[in-house]
Ligand binder design. Structure first.
Ligand code: C2E
Ligand code: CA
Ligand code: CA
Ligand code: CA
Length: 279
């Protein structure tokens, strides 16, 4: 038993080392990814549940890794958040989105609202508001075309400062959404004080919405509460028609999910928009 125990320990550390080494290798190549121009922004369409029409998209980063192929954000955003690279990466995403909005307008596409994720570190930058204002001005993009997504847990950390920041961002013309709503611990009193435009119901509640009475009750409660506060609700991760129907019947405003469209590169998204709008 002792032998086996030691063997297992050995195995465990080796597995750990492999994991740590893989993470280190990824972190190393992450340092050069920006200058090597390896990131790409995908766009996932959002639609109105009432009219069925396309209303905008969320910008989602991917990493075209020279050896590993397309790396998903869940694999590198947490590392970038830890080592601070998220600051230049986050600004690159916003800049890329603004550049793309300009290009689409030039190509005759109608103005759409594009949601951009702001990480916790970005959100805590002293000069956040000036920085992002500077970027949209650089491309002469209307801030109203940009929706900034902040997760519920980031917003609730230092909620008083959040209220001030949201005010300043909205005064500058940006839209604000609370992301991953339902996974943090918002108190209703704070939610009332947050000057935001939309709540995004986390995918984990949408998943079993049509089968699990608890998730259904939570989603329904969020929709009703948001309506009473004058906020719009976006349901994330809608994959099935049953989910869509449930949300529509309960007055959810918008949906985002594979049912309507997967995240796609800028070119595919432009084609999607033209088809959706019949142009
Ligand atoms: P998120 O902000 O909650 O983004 C939604 C995620 O759900 C995206 O994953 C999207 O592809 C996925 N999704 C949407 N609809 C469906 C569906 O119907 N089914 C399933 N299974 N998944 C769906 P993605 O693109 O892998 O991004 C993961 C997370 O990485 C994001 O979660 C966000 O937290 C982070 N992220 C992505 N891009 C950025 C960025 O530019 N900046 C920052 N700070 N974080 C980002
Ligand atoms: Ca998001
Ligand atoms: Ca989300
Ligand atoms: Ca999420």
């Amino acid at each position: 038993a002792k032998e086996a125990g030691r063997g297992q320990f050995h195995f465990y550390t080796e597995a750990m080392n492999r994991h740590t080494q893989a993470k280190l290798a990824l972190e190393n190549s992450l340092h050069n990814a920006l200058e090597r121009d390896e990131f790409v922004v995908y766009y996932q369409p959002q639609a109105s549940l009432l009219s069925g029409r396309l209303v905008g998209a969320e910008a989602l980063i991917r990493w075209r890794h020279p050896e590993r192929g397309l790396v998903m954000p869940d694999e590198f955003i947490p590392i970038a958040e830890e080592n601070g690279l998220i600051l230049p990466i986050g600004e690159w995403v916003l800049r890329q989105v603004c550049r793309q909005i300009r290009a689409w307008l030039g190509d005759g596409l109608p103005p759409l609202t594009i949601a951009v994720n702001l990480s916790a570190r970005q959100f805590r930058q002293e000069d956040l508001v000036e920085r992002i204002r500077g970027i949209v001005e650089e491309f002469a993009v209307d801030p109203a075309c940009i929706e900034l997504e902040i997760t519920e847990s980031t917003a609730m950390e230092q909620a008083d400062i959040t209220v001030e920041l949201f005010r300043a961002l909205r005064a500058a013309g940006f839209c604000i959404a609370i992301d991953d709503f339902g996974t943090g611990y918002s108190s209703l009193s704070y939610l009332r004080r947050f000057p935001v435009d939309r709540l995004k119901i986390d995918r984990s509640f949408v998943l079993d919405i049509a089968d699990d009475p608890n998730d259904a009750a939570i989603a329904h409660a969020v929709i009703k509460m948001a309506a009473s506060l004058g906020l719009k609700v976006v349901a994330e991760g809608v994959e099935t028609d049953a989910q869509r129907q449930f949300l529509q019947e309960r007055g959810c405003d918008y949906l985002q999910g594979y049912w309507y469209g997967k995240p796609m590169d800028a070119e595919a998204f432009a084609a999607f928009v033209r088809t959706a709008l019949g142009k």
